[in-house]
Design a protein around this ligand. Sequence first.
Ligand code: HEM
Length: 279
Amino acid sequence: NQGSAELMTDYFEPVSTLSLARSLGLAGIDMPTLRRWFYGLAQGAINFENDPKRQEIADAISAEVGDAILPTLERLARQPDDSALSHMLHDGMPEGTTRPIDFLMPSIKVILLGGMQEPGHGAGSILAGLLAHPEQLRQVLADPETFVPRAVDEGLRWVAPIGTQTRQTTRAVEIGGVTIPAGAAVAALVASASRDESRFADPDRFDINRNEGNHAAFGFGHHFCSGRFFAREQMCLAVRLLLQRFPDLSLVPSREPVFRGWEFRAPTTLHVSLGVRHQ
Ligand code: HEM
């Protein structure tokens, strides 16, 4: 088929959202609901200015999510299966007990937000980079085994889906000649670290042939993104399967992707011509 698509809405967000929900054990919740959940929860996560209207949206969705998944958690507490939620309830607990649902719920909401939104956003940026550089896209098509994972990491370096790793100082600390007092809230800009010109040559350029070491998109240090392995695999699969099926994919001229956001950053749209479909 010849045709066109807006890949953020038509492909990357559904793949990201549904794969996480199914792995968690929330297969019964439909795509529009899941999408509404992560957009709503995100309002709270980016509410750095403490806007009460944003918080109200996030709190309402957070309550809705809690009510909606409680029956699943209660069922899994009685009847374990192989879903991630079931493992969170049961693994490592003494016979006949489960981890308390109240204890797990905040982490589940973080997983739902980051897990549903970020791989879709990341994959969108990765593909936008490839489509803007046809010679690199040809390299990926010729040897996907090698170059899809490289494209994924370069896309995450180029545009960090999450901009910061947030912390609070336990004592006064000096960085780059500036003293940050004890007890201060700190936002370490992973987006900036991934474009550090002392580490990456011409850092604003998308280039899958770099050999300059790791990016910071999943955070770094002792504590970082707990979904990084799942996320990377999922983005590799989503990009590889798409290019396998539509190797002639190209950007629609005059509808180039526009990137938006800084704490959560992604192309707002990704309009493409699909070209000829392969089986
Ligand atoms: C491209 C995709 C993703 C990116 C770029 C990303 C990035 C990040 C970053 C920067 C952090 C903050 C780390 C810190 O403060 O130390 C984080 C935390 C987290 N991420 Fe991800 N993430 C992604 C996908 C996922 C997925 C798919 C899941 C779940 C399956 C997930 C679960 C989490 C959780 C639970 C945390 C909080 C960890 C904690 O505070 O203990 N993330 N992520």
